[in-house]
Design a protein around this ligand. Structure first.
Ligand code: GRG
Length: 293
């Protein structure tokens, strides 16, 4: 099979479900002309800046794969994209990575100022939990909360900041990346499976898959920060080097980083039960290691 054919299940899923996610995001987010207009403009600016929507589509596809047929997966998946956007806005702030471009546009704080950008992130988080509570259930709320907290994104970001300029081992970076990036991929898949009432075995399998591709995703991100194309990526490159960040290439070199990412994606595929149609998940894993954006 050619590379394009292998990726087809991913492009088909994105083509089918990303527009539904866009529509739900538009429905969920307060209109720009509602008071206070500035914060609603900032929230919409970042949410509709052109993200790939990988996490919500992973949640939806996992739900279907696990036999779920609930329409509730769409608002729940869209709430995860709100959380993701919140993390990007805060990640770009001057107190964090201090980046000027994201998704090929000036970052939220560059357009709306730092205070509004911080509040836009906070408001996206509050809105996400309102939606998760309305359309999900207590388990779903708990999964996402755990993925954000000190065992997840916040914890990863703390380790990331403390790791700047220090000698770094492969284990140190793994600890950062598992929390900072893999936790939200895992939560996206788990939420899809939970809403499909999956059994423990299925939940464990999809968790192993999503954690592995999430870690591979961040390793590829580290690699692209060195060898990527700024325009294609839509964000500043070289910022990891500038801040002397704890990255895989710094810990183990570029070549080994690529090998580890590839191995993680193969392990991810192997975690899935062979008696199901795993074609979307295989295509997503391949995209993650081969991606240039
Ligand atoms: C509490 C949510 C929260 C955040 C505070 C700032 C922070 C703690 C954590 C940073 C987490 C972070 C931004 C990790 C990087 C993940 C990553 C590689 C994002 C890029 O994902 P893509 O390529 O982006 O899917 P698009 O633009 O396509 O959506």
């Amino acid at each position: 099979m050619s590379k394009a054919q292998m990726k087809k299940p991913l492009s088909e899923a994105l083509k089918r479900y990303a527009p539904l996610v866009e529509a739900w995001l538009d429905r969920i987010l307060p209109p720009e002309d509602r008071m206070p207009q500035e914060i609603h403009r900032a929230m919409r600016y970042s949410v509709f800046a052109g993200g790939k929507r990988l996490r919500p589509v992973l949640a939806i596809m996992t739900h279907r794969w696990a036999g779920g047929k609930s329409e509730r997966i769409f608002p729940v998946a869209s709430a995860i994209e709100l959380i993701h956007t919140y993390s990007l806005i805060h990640d770009d702030l001057p107190a964090m990575d201090d980046d000027d471009f994201r998704r090929n546009k000036p970052t939220c704080h560059r357009v709306f100022g730092e205070a509004i950008a911080i509040l836009a992130g906070d408001a996206l988080s509050a809105l996400a939990f309102e939606i998760l509570a309305k359309y999900g259930n207590v388990r779903v709320v708990r999964e996402v909360a755990k993925a954000i907290g000190t065992d997840g994104l916040v914890g990863g970001q703390v380790l990331d900041i403390l790791g700047e300029g220090k000698p770094v081992s492969e284990e140190d970076v793994r600890n950062i990346h598992i929390r900072k990036t893999a936790a939200l991929f895992a939560a996206s898949a788990r939420v899809g499976a939970i809403l499909a009432r999956s059994d423990r075995k299925t939940l464990d399998a999809i968790t192993r898959y999503a954690t592995n591709i999430g870690l591979a995703f961040q390793i590829t991100d580290d690699v692209l920060d060195i060898v990527g194309n700024q325009e294609e990526l839509g964000k500043d490159i070289g910022s990891d080097l500038q801040l002397d960040k704890a990255t895989y290439p710094r810990a183990v070199g570029l070549k080994r980083s690529r090998q580890i990412a590839r191995k993680l994606c193969e392990d991810a595929k192997a975690a899935l039960p062979p008696d199901r149609d795993n074609s979307f998940f295989f295509a997503l894993a391949d995209f993650i290691v081969d991606r240039s954006y």
